[in-house]
Design a protein. Sequence first.
Length: 93
Amino acid sequence: MTSHSKEPVTSSSREFVKQSSLYQEFLAEREEILKHKWLESERLGYDIGFERALLDWIRKHREGWRAARRQGLSNPASGSSVSPFSTAGEKTL
């Protein structure tokens, strides 16, 4: 049997993870899901829970959010990005 030794997690490796683009995307997506959870819970009058909000957001908004985010990230000079929740042509700052 082989044993796999784990390297200790250092503060520099934690900082590397926090600065990674993958982690930043995860945090941004999580924030959008939490906003969706709050809005839907307010609309319905009860807490819908994270799992329901996650599945609903993925089904209804993820594709548009990612497309808008990619467009905003590929054109940072514009100073604004298109929100998937805005009306056609409306931009958010």
